[in-house]
Design a protein around this ligand. Structure first.
Ligand code: FES
Ligand SMILES: [Fe+2]
Length: 459
């Protein structure tokens, strides 16, 4: 006797399905995304100092690196281990200087022994007789491409622009904080620089990606959605403040971006909104540096000390947690269960499309800064150099990345959002008000002002 197998009832899908309609991928934002030599954004980025390597990873052997789409070689020379940065390919017959020999006066090509000074001068062509005309001519007329470098607190910075436009090496106020320990680290991202940079002007992702989505990746308390406000200063400095209610406290956290790619924020682990804190400073001091159009590296210091993150995070893994809430080396499954910034931004693809986005009011910081980058790129093409970080007569460039937690109990639940907005705005305004004072005076004045805000809230 045959058995009748009943099939489940067929259900025809019903809905406004738009897959086919939206299948074509929108174009990428070429103006912001393309950074290789000769591109307008590439030229803009080449007007600034960028970190390109960590001192601790440069030994006695040359290192091949790629920055802004350029193949380069970094090397030490001389007894004191000074640092040079040159184009990778030897101008004789294109051997890679990665296989060169570091010497007293520069780097010597492995193939026929030409010796180059750190500024690219050809010092020796030993296979040719020194006084022969071709050797003389090549030394007079040709140089290896080379760039100036500065080694500073464990990071190696380079300037890849025209030498006559080289800006002063910027000194930020974070470097002058007393009792700070700055530990260099790097974090590679397999995607375009601008999509990595976006996250700093996006305080909302901290609540979702870093808190609610999987588990708290930074301090507890960040899962609250804060009241947001965005600021633009001096045409190149952008702030995004987020003020959260934590019990009787108002927690003001400020992220910042100085164009083109310098970023700071509040602490990752030192503040959770439960303890009062007055003008705590950034967990990191960080640059998002393009490797090429489809790869970037965040070079940074993680900052430790009473006003930054706690010393127990002063390890390689601790720096990775500060950078993105998870360590970098994880399985595919861990990345799916506990996605961090790498997954959020690399998952968009190597170069995301801005036309395919739907920016919301909470994305205002992103729109603001992208618009300014575009303006700077176009201005430079018209001959106007981009603004460098603003330093108004003080010893260092004033920055605002911070956490402040003030005791400001709820007076009226229905007006609490307005109250938080007000505390956030006053906290940031206090910092603007003292930006021309020296560091100690500025800190003291801001902290006194914050305590006054608490006193006012009591009355
Ligand atoms: S290729 Fe470098 S010296 Fe010949
Ligand atoms: Fe993030």
């Amino acid at each position: 006797m045959s058995r009748v197998v009943s099939e489940p009832e067929l259900v025809e899908p019903v809905g406004d399905f738009r897959g086919h309609q939206q299948a074509a991928t929108a174009d990428i934002d070429e103006e912001l995304a393309r950074i290789v030599p000769g591109t307008p954004c590439g030229e803009y980025l080449r007007r600034f100092w960028h970190p390109v390597f960590m001192t601790g990873e440069l030994d006695d052997l040359p290192k091949a690196i790629k920055i802004l789409g350029e193949e380069l070689v970094l090397f030490r020379y001389g007894n004191a281990g000074k640092i040079g940065l040159v184009h990778k390919y030897c101008p004789h017959r294109r051997a890679s200087l990665e296989y060169g020999r570091c010497e007293d006066r520069g780097i010597r090509c492995c193939y026929h022994g030409w010796l180059f000074a750190p500024d690219g001068e050809i010092l020796e062509t030993p296979g040719e007789s020194a006084d022969a005309k071709p050797a003389q001519e090549v030394r007079d007329r040709t140089r290896l491409g080379a760039y100036p470098v500065i080694e500073f607190r464990g990071l190696i910075f380079a300037y890849l622009g025209p030498i006559e436009s080289m800006p002063k090496f910027p000194i930020f106020d974070t470097y002058e904080l007393p009792d700070i320990t700055m530990r260099p680290y790097k974090a590679p991202y397999k995607c375009n620089w601008i999509q990595v940079l976006d996250a700093i002007m996006d305080p909302v992702h901290t609540t979702f990606l870093h808190s609610q989505n999987s588990h708290p990746q930074f301090s507890e308390g960040m899962s609250e959605l804060g009241e947001l406000k965005f600021y633009e200063r001096h045409e190149n400095h952008f702030l995004g403040s987020s003020t959260r209610r934590v019990g009787d406290n108002a927690w003001v956290r400020v992220n910042e971006l100085i164009l083109p790619n310098f970023t700071q924020a509040g602490s990752a682990f030192a503040a959770d909104g439960t303890e009062q804190r007055y003008f705590g400073r950034s967990a990191f001091t960080r640059w998002v540096v393009p490797v090429d159009d489809e790869n970037s590296i965040a070079y940074a210091w993680a900052n430790f000390g009473e006003r930054c993150d706690p010393p127990e995070y002063n390890t390689r893994e601790g720096c990775e947690l500060i950078e993105q809430g998870e360590i970098l080396d994880r399985t595919a499954e861990e990345k799916q269960r506990y996605p961090a910034d790498s997954e959020a931004v690399e998952g968009m693809g190597p170069i995301t499309t801005h036309k395919g986005e739907h920016l919301m009011p909470t994305d205002r910081g992103i729109s603001l800064y992208r618009r300014r980058v575009r303006r700077c790129i176009r201005d430079l093409a018209d001959g106007k150099p981009p603004p460098q970080p603003h330093c108004g007569g003080t010893s260092s460039i004033r920055t605002y990345g911070q956490d402040t937690v003030l005791r400001v109990p709820v007076k009226s639940p229905e007006n609490d959002r307005a109250c938080l907005m007000d505390v956030g705005a006053k906290t940031v305004d206090l910092q603007f008000g003292f930006e021309d004072s020296d560091n100690t005076d500025r800190d003291n004045a801001i902290i006194a002002g914050l305590k006054q805000l608490e006193a006012d809230a009591k009355s």
